[in-house]
Design a protein around this ligand. Structure first.
Ligand code: FAD
Ligand code: DHB
Length: 397
């Protein structure tokens, strides 16, 4: 006989979506159980996003989770766009009434959220396997899982299930294909990302469009820098010696001004593929998808983590109204409300990606249009403001 436990909200996945949701609901007195397939060390050690929108930073501070971020994060009020060997500064703060972005690594956010959840007595079960969703169309959905690969099957009975299990998790697949429509672009390029022990080369992020491909300079700390170059997504990281990576970074990032990139030992490197993806609907019965489980953006706009938090903020408000006032309107509106913001972030991420990358499948006409777009954006205050307000994050309704 399986062990049976109960929780108001069962959350699958301890990424940004699942952890923020657990914290937001706990603050409203609604308890949750998070089931996560990876170990705590793996979840806390995966190197991914770096840029937080202003409202996410404000939310972390309001939740009492921002102390280390405010100490160790980097606050950037602008970015540099570099193309045709020239640099153009976009002053985000000046264009958006003082809004900034914060560079604070996703795995540091995860560490802060996991520690605070466990301190609050919250339940996160790491290392689960065989996760399956049942009865999502009924009032009593449940999740079955094993705590270890050889352990017995356990059942978690819930009022609601939040599918926060990323692009490859089982939640989205639970929605019948007849009522799920998926929209996707797979790009013919990926990013090779490195972490290097080096001092910062530049005070702000540099997004560079170059005929050899895109490059991005970001940071992590006074001692560690994060850099990316566009590569073939099917390329093998073994083909990329450190010397070859640095050579491409110098070529693509350096401009005519004489500024130069500071090198250091590379201690982490990997290649990721890039896609744009949206699943409509994000709700089926008592299952609600949030974050990468429902949508993916290419990383160029730095939107993925921020969108995941936006979804669960909307979901936490809707669940709170349901549990406290028996008001289901927010839950009924959840998918449509989130998708409005998601499609705008998809548009911006697609725009930044197509404008800044070299696409070998495009005609020379299309490639020149992207250069014209860049030239326009750095010389028109209207276009620059549009880029800035999307980059720092559109307002939460
Ligand atoms: P995830 O972080 O994928 O979390 C899902 C969790 O579910 C995982 O821990 C997974 O182990 C777990 N899971 C999966 N299957 C199961 C299962 N069967 N059972 C239980 N658990 C399961 N975003 C930004 O906002 N800004 C950036 O600057 C940025 N840069 C990026 C750079 C790179 C190189 C990459 C790869 C991504 C970047 N992103 C960025 C995107 C961002 O990392 C993701 O959008 C974000 O992690 C989404 O959070 P999530 O919680 O929805 O999903
Ligand atoms: C980082 C990642 C991004 O996708 C981006 O647009 C900017 C910075 C980063 O990892 O620092």
């Amino acid at each position: 006989m399986a062990t049976i436990t109960r929780t108001p909200v069962g959350i699958i996945g301890a990424g940004p979506a699942g952890l923020f949701l657990a914290h937001l609901l706990h603050r409203q007195g609604i308890e949750t159980v998070i089931l996560e397939s990876r170990s705590r060390a793996e979840v806390e050690g995966t190197i991914r996003a770096g840029v937080l929108e202003q409202w996410v930073v404000d939310l972390m501070n309001q939740m009492g989770l921002g102390e280390r971020m405010m100490r160790e994060g980097h606050f950037h009020s602008g970015i540099t766009l570099r193309f045709n060997g020239e640099s153009h500064h976009i002053d985000m703060a000046e264009l958006t009434d003082g809004k900034r972005v914060t560079v604070y690594a996703q795995h540091e956010v995860i560490r802060d959220l996991v520690a605070a959840r466990l301190e609050d007595g919250g339940e996160i079960v790491f290392g689960v396997s065989d996760v399956q969703l049942h009865g999502v169309e009924s009032d009593q959905p449940s999740i079955t899982f094993r705590r270890s690969p050889d352990g017995p099957v356990e059942e978690l009975r819930c009022d609601f299930i939040a599918g926060c299990d990323g692009f490859h998790g089982p939640s989205r697949q639970t929605i019948p294909t007849a009522i799920r429509s998926e929209h996707q672009i797979v790009y013919p390029f990926g990013w090779l990302g490195i972490l290097t022990s080096a001092p910062p080369s530049h005070p702000e992020l540099i997004y560079a469009a170059h005929e050899r491909g895109f490059a991005l300079l970001s940071t992590r700390s006074p001692e560690v820098q994060r850099l990316y170059i566009q590569v073939d997504p099917k390329d093998d990281i073994a083909n990329w010696s450190d010397a070859r990576i640095w050579s491409e970074l110098h070529t693509r990032l350096e401009d005519k001004s004489g500024w130069s990139l500071t090198e250091g030992p590379v201690f982490q490197k990997g290649i990721i593929a890039m896609r744009s993806f949206v699943c409509e609907t994000m709700r089926h019965g008592r299952l609600f998808l949030a974050g990468d489980a429902a949508h993916i953006v290419p990383p160029t706009g730095a939107k993925g983590l921020n969108l995941a938090v936006a979804d669960v903020l909307v979901l936490s408000r809707a669940l709170t109204a349901f549990f406290k006032s028996n008001d289901g309107d927010g839950l009924a509106a959840y998918s449509a409300q989130c998708l409005r913001r998601i499609w705008k972030a998809e548009r911006f991420s697609w725009y930044m990606t197509t404008m800044l990358h070299h696409n070998p499948n495009e005609t020379s006409f299309e490639q020149r249009i992207h250069l014209a777009d860049l030239d326009y954006v750095v010389h028109s205050r209207a276009a620059m403001t549009a880029l800035a307000e999307n980059y720092v994050g559109l307002p939460m309704e």
